[in-house]
Ligand binder design. Structure first.
Ligand code: S3P
Length: 426
């Protein structure tokens, strides 16, 4: 479906968004591993988290939808059952990489498959450390899906230095480490998102050289009630739209404020964005609160390389803010963008060129200068939800509007994006 967007006048209102995707995946996984009944409130309703739910159902876990929550009856340590069919992770890298860390420790074989996009995403990054733990994984020749995980006698702990800042890789190792008697340690120079550590209550130490996280069987999950705060990555599309629209004000309620995720707020505030946070609360160790955004005049800044892992999913929408901000927008040290749902350096540059902005493309990012020339373009989502939403927002700010093709892909993280948007456009 190609979605048409017309220029808006202003934004006003309050939004309550579905649960954070990263926290939702983990809540489903930990509840499935625990012995007994857990309940999750405000679970993400996106396709990615559905993939995780379906994989655990296929592995013998009973999952029931209640009116305002979801109930999971976990089977406890090594309580998963061999799936009768391949485990389909759909479009979800988080499902694939995290579930692999769990499956390598089971007494049965599994096979993980995914859609076209997921089937070309890099898996060597988990295969290497999990193999060091004694696991037996076989991928295609390019280290991509399908991934076969063969049962082994047992896996063992490791001490691993992360070659890349990736919470998915870190979490795969930590989840495998939950099945080892000895302590597994993971060291990262640049911290990646830490939901796994927080939600499992893992010990971690911070030093000048980075973070070290410790895990063992002692940390195996127990049943819980989870409240999943709203997704800051989803919120960031509405935040940028409000900042860039005249006479606008928006409140987004109960948004995750985990400090490994709030880089987008830090960057936008440094650009001059009027963003305030109020009513901070906590659930399962995760902070959340209300974000209030007011129209602002933005100026581009130098984006520090250390903050890149913290804003990796928000770079598409931050780039849209960058086009309208004073000065040149540049993002570098972000080659991780290439391994996302699409190569986001290529997808962003392709669409920005359609707009007539001057684009310099690099191996690890891009820079943009000049203002938009072409009006009413049709942007290519490339089937990537964050590219689709970023260019939908951009179209709302163009005098003659614009279109985004294959817009349904927003269902991956936020099926109600258009409804939420319409509720705040005045
Ligand atoms: C995620 C981690 C990030 C992020 C992804 C979700 C997670 O990936 O891009 O959308 O839930 O752990 P990497 O950790 O591989 O960068």
């Amino acid at each position: 479906m190609t979605q048409e967007f017309n220029q808006i006048n202003k934004i006003n209102g309050t939004l309550e968004l579905p649960g954070d995707k990263s926290i939702s995946h983990r809540a489903v996984m930990f509840a499935s591993l625990a012995k007994g009944k857990s309940r999750i409130y405000n679970l993400s309703n996106g396709e990615d988290v559905k993939s995780t739910l379906q994989c655990f159902e296929a592995l013998g876990i009973t999952i029931q939808k209640r009116s305002n929550s979801i109930e999971i009856l976990g089977n406890g340590y090594k309580g998963l059952r061999k799936a009768a069919k391949d485990l389909d992770a759909g479009n979800s890298g988080t499902t694939t990489r995290l579930i692999s860390g769990i499956l390598v420790a089971q007494d049965f074989d599994s096979k993980i498959i995914g859609d076209e996009s997921l089937s070309i995403r890099p898996m060597k990054r988990i295969i290497t450390p999990l193999t060091l733990m004694g696991a037996n994984l076989q991928s295609s020749i390019n280290y991509t899906l399908p991934l076969m995980i063969h049962a082994v006698e047992g896996i063992h702990s490791i001490n691993y230095d992360m070659p890349v800042a990736s919470a998915q890789v870190k979490s795969a190792i930590l989840l495998a480490g939950l099945h080892c008697n000895d302590i597994t340690t993971v060291n990262e120079n640049i911290p990646s998102r830490n939901h796994t550590e927080i939600m499992l209550g893992l010990k971690s130490t911070a030093s000048q050289s980075g973070n070290t996280v410790f895990v063992s069987k002692e940390n195996y999950p127990v049943t819980k009630e989870y409240f999943v705060p709203s997704d800051i990555s989803t919120a960031s599309f509405f935040i940028v739209l409000t900042l860039l629209s005249k006479n606008s004000k928006l409140k987004v309620k109960n948004v995750s404020l985990n400090e490994t995720r709030t880089g987008v707020i830090k960057v936008l505030k440094s650009m001059g964005g009027k963003i305030e946070i109020e009513d901070i609360k906590q659930s399962s160790g995760e902070e959340y609160g209300d974000i209030i955004i007011t129209s602002s005049h933005l100026k581009n800044i130098i984006i520090d390389s250390n903050i890149i892992p913290n804003i990796i999913d928000e770079i598409p929408i931050l780039s849209i803010a960058g086009i309208f901000a004073e000065g040149k927008f540049e993002v570098r040290n972000a080659s991780e963008l290439k391994g996302k749902e699409t190569d986001r350096i290529k997808s962003m540059c392709h669409n920005l060129k359609l707009l007539g902005v001057n684009v310099d493309e690099y191996e690890d990012g891009y820079s943009l200068s000049g203002k938009a020339l072409n009006m009413n373009p049709t942007f290519n989502s490339f089937g990537d939800h964050r590219i689709a939403m970023a260019f939908g927002i951009l179209s709302l700010l163009l005098k003659d509007g614009g279109r985004v093709d294959n817009f349904n892909c927003v269902n991956i993280s936020n099926p109600n994006f258009l409804r939420q948007l319409n509720s705040i456009i005045k």
